[in-house]
Write a protein that binds this ligand. Structure first.
Ligand code: PLP
Length: 294
């Protein structure tokens, strides 16, 4: 809203955090801002949707919530003309550095890994001073403002960000491999797992695999519900990036209104479980998940 005006055009990726999608799909058109959604996992799709002279912003999210699809940051950064922006929440600045790839604006929900303790609601935007000035002036009018207590929690949390991300990534990779060998699981998505469809890209632009993985359960929607209700060490909650391992079943929570066909179109399997890996010992987590899957 700080950068775009009536008549402008935005290109955004189709698989994106649901709050962002609701904003782009529902709010932007009310202000006469046109949005084109593309599959950003396909080479050239973002650049191909740019309308010269009209497109003001190209927005990606990588890894994307919840299926961990990746966007090529070199390709995004090479788009000339509009501002390029990436929501890098799942990665945190420890896993990837989009500005190094030429991306203009980087966004984080610092509520997640950056503050890192599920006790703050914060956001981060980084970029050149002129872009940030435009966004900052609008955000003051809009009223988005970090509370002093949340800001203090964020500053305390960020001190341990590198060690938390390294440990969470190591545990997440071990868990991803463990889930892949379990008979109740049909597929696992984790960027640094060899079976990830964009594994080469993940290795190129992500120093670690990050703390989030997605697991598809063979039993579909009912299995997803049983699983999130059965875990004891992990907890069922919609946020991510904190010290406790959290699990969600999108088909039974955020996306409960969608039919199985609609879920499939959104790229979300009915049995999909998103796991935000915390700081517990990996053996305790596999014991908990093994029991819940059983
Ligand atoms: C990728 C991504 N971006 C943004 C947000 C929004 O975060 P907040 O609720 O802190 O505004 C979320 C929340 O889940 C997210 O997953």
């Amino acid at each position: 809203m700080g950068l775009c005006s009536t008549g402008d055009h935005i290109v955004a990726q189709r698989h994106i955090y649901s709050g962002t999608q609701l904003f782009l799909q529902g709010v932007c058109p009310r202000f006469g801002i046109d949005v084109t959604f593309v599959d950003a996992t396909l080479p050239g799709e973002l650049a191909g949707a740019v309308r010269p002279g009209r497109t003001v912003l190209v927005l990606a999210e990588t890894p994307a919530n919840p299926q961990l699809a990746l966007t090529d940051l070199d390709e995004l950064g090479a788009i000339g003309g509009p501002f390029t922006a990436v929501d890098s929440t799942f990665a945190t600045p420890i896993v990837q550095r989009p500005h190094d790839h030429g991306v203009d604006v980087v966004l984080h929900s610092a509520t997640k890994g950056i503050a890192g303790h599920n006790d703050a609601t914060l956001g981060v935007i980084t970029g050149a001073a002129d872009v940030l000035d435009a966004v900052w002036s609008y955000s003051i009018l809009h009223g988005a403002c970090a509370s002093p207590f949340d800001a203090m929690n964020g500053l305390r949390g960020i001190r341990t960000l590198p060690v938390r991300v390294e440990r969470q990534s190591a545990t997440a990779l071990r868990l991803a491999e463990w889930f892949e060998g379990h008979p109740a699981v049909t597929s696992v998505r984790y960027p640094h797992l060899a079976s990830h469809p964009q594994h080469q890209l993940a290795k190129r632009q992500m120093s670690y695999g990050g703390g989030i993985l997605a697991v598809d359960l063979a039993g579909g929607r009912p299995a997803g519900q049983r699983f999130v209700e059965s875990v004891r060490l992990a907890r069922m909650a919609a946020t991510l990036g904190g010290p406790e391992t959290l699990v969600t079943s999108p088909a039974n929570s955020t996306h409960v209104a969608l039919s199985d066909t609609e879920l499939e179109a959104a790229g979300i399997g009915p049995g999909l479980i998103r796991v935000s890996v915390g700081l517990e010992h990996v053996d305790d987590l596999t014991a908990d998940f093994g029991r819940a899957l059983g």
